[in-house]
Design a protein around this ligand. Structure first.
Ligand SMILES: Nc1ncnc2c1ncn2[C@@H]1O[C@H](COP(=O)(O)OP(=O)(O)OP(=O)(O)O)[C@@H](O)[C@H]1O
Ligand SMILES: [Mg+2]
Length: 260
């Protein structure tokens, strides 16, 4: 069976409503896979299934070929990190401390003793701090290390949220609508960042990107899965998906007409 994450014929119901129906997809090591689809297509539900916030009533998930029952609190230990819609940063912590918080599972003692400066955690804390600084540098936001997140522009906060997720050294990063609320320039630099994730010198990671923003998805994904009414209506590389008549009908028609 394939390495990486795989969903096999996953179905999710909410009462009588079928939110996902027979959905299969894979995210292999080093791949950037996008999930797009119109409102209510099931994108967030799919994201939630992988995070363990929603349960698959039918079908299975595997991670490196082994059965995988996602639980939110176990994800980072399995090498999976996520960002959520909005940035969800801790307002009481600095940018650097927020990023340190993302990596605490790698330290022997938790963040709280580390932040309180308890003696036995000195070395752990120093290591965490260095690692967090390296991630900030990698994402080009070192200058904000000591700032309070809520004093920063949205695009920077969003980058901090990404840094926090990456601090956990994931091999798979799950992104839910990361372009939401960003202007065109910021979307371009986000695209560059996402494209680079599988090729980072340290801790390269694959990406599952759930996103409305068509340009971003087309620009960064190796493969795109198109959902409509909870079903996969197309899957393939961006150029194939863009031309797929089922996709044009279901979703892209209006957007392409607008762009023409
Ligand atoms: N917790 C829930 N309880 C009941 N129905 C739900 C729940 N979550 C989602 N749904 C329904 O499941 C379907 C899929 O919703 P989902 O949020 O996954 O779509 P989406 O593709 O993320 O849409 P959007 O683009 O608007 O974010 C919708 O019909 C939605 O109303
Ligand atoms: Mg959604």
């Amino acid at each position: 069976m394939a390495d990486g994450l795989a969903l096999h014929q996953v179905g999710v119901r909410f009462g009588g409503l079928i939110a996902l129906d027979d959905v299969s997809l894979t995210v292999g090591p080093g791949e950037v896979v996008g999930v797009i689809g119109p409102n209510g297509a099931g994108k967030t539900t799919l994201f939630n299934v992988v995070c363990g916030f929603a349960t698959a009533h039918t079908g299975t998930l595997t991670l490196d070929g082994r059965p995988f029952r996602p639980r939110p609190h176990r994800l980072t230990r399995l090498g999976i990190a996520r960002t959520l819609q909005g940035t969800g940063l801790f307002a009481g912590l600095t940018v650097l401390e927020n990023v340190m918080a993302g990596a605490t599972h790698t330290a022997r003692t938790g963040l709280i003793p580390a932040l309180l400066g308890l003696p036995r955690s000195d070395r752990d804390e120093r290591r965490l701090r260095e690692h967090a600084r390296a991630v900030l540098a990698d994402l080009g936001i070192t200058e904000y290390a000591d700032a309070a997140p809520d004093t920063l522009p949205f695009a920077v906060r969003q980058r901090v949220a990404l840094a926090r997720a990456l601090a956990a050294r994931p091999r798979l990063l799950l992104l839910d609508e990361p372009a939401g609320g960003l202007g065109a320039d910021d979307v371009d630099s986000l695209a560059e960042l996402i494209r680079g994730l599988p090729h980072r010198a340290s801790d390269p990671c694959a990406v599952l990107l759930v996103e409305h923003h068509m340009d971003l998805v087309m620009a960064v994904c190796d493969r795109i899965v198109v959902l409509d009414f909870g079903r996969v209506v197309a899957t393939g590389p961006p150029e194939a998906v863009r031309e797929d008549p089922a996709v044009v009908d279901a979703y892209l028609g209006a957007a392409l007409d607008e762009a023409a």
